[in-house]
Write a protein that binds this ligand. Structure first.
Ligand code: HEC
Length: 152
């Protein structure tokens, strides 16, 4: 009887530690290069990660790899690095016309996300710009607002 009780608590213990480690993974923090992120930036990053999963991941994939010649990668994207000021517009208003990402040409339309708020755009970009090897740094809502209000 005692032995059974021991086994039972062992199983419960194991199950709990498993779900704990899953929780930790869901709560993924920015990569080590971003240990400089403050609390607000970290919050943007994790909100952005959630938004990415709902509205971007279908096309750009979970690991930001994109899809062959149809969808450009966001992971280690030179485009992302070199066009910071254009990113808020791309996320909110979409993009069409030929572009080159990491030496590969893409030319498929990306749909707009007109319902996204300025803060949500900043959150998505803080995530995308600082995961999968990207080191673009965080985005503030102010930066998004001024970038969206620029005339072409
Ligand atoms: C329906 C598929 C689709 C969805 C959803 C989508 N994109 Fe895109 N995205 C594309 C395509 C296609 C392009 C290339 C556009 C072109 O060729 O002009 C692109 C280009 C980009 C680029 C610039 C190129 C690069 O790879 O660095 C960024 C940044 C980007 N998308 C971010 C996002 C973000 C962030 C979201 C979510 C808010 C998102 N996309 C949602 C299809 C999509």
């Amino acid at each position: 009887m005692k032995k059974q009780l021991f086994l039972f608590s062992l199983i419960v213990g194991l199950a709990t530690s498993c779900s704990d480690s899953k929780k930790a993974a869901d709560n993924e923090t920015p990569s080590s290069t971003l240990s400089g992120f403050d609390q607000k930036e970290t919050q943007y990053y994790s909100n952005g990660r959630r938004l990415y999963k709902t509205i971007c991941q279908n096309c750009h994939m979970e690991n930001g790899e994109g899809l062959g010649r149809l969808i450009p990668p966001l992971a280690k994207s030179d485009f992302l690095k070199n066009n910071r000021a254009d990113l808020p517009r791309i996320v909110k208003f979409g993009l069409h016309g030929p572009i080159s990402v990491n030496g590969v040409e893409f030319n498929q339309p990306m749909p707009a996300n007109p319902k996204l708020t300025d803060i949500e755009v900043a959150e998505i970009l803080t995530y995308v710009g600082n995961t999968w090897g990207n080191e673009v740094g965080s985005f503030t809502t102010e930066e998004v607002i001024s970038s969206l209000s620029e005339k072409e």
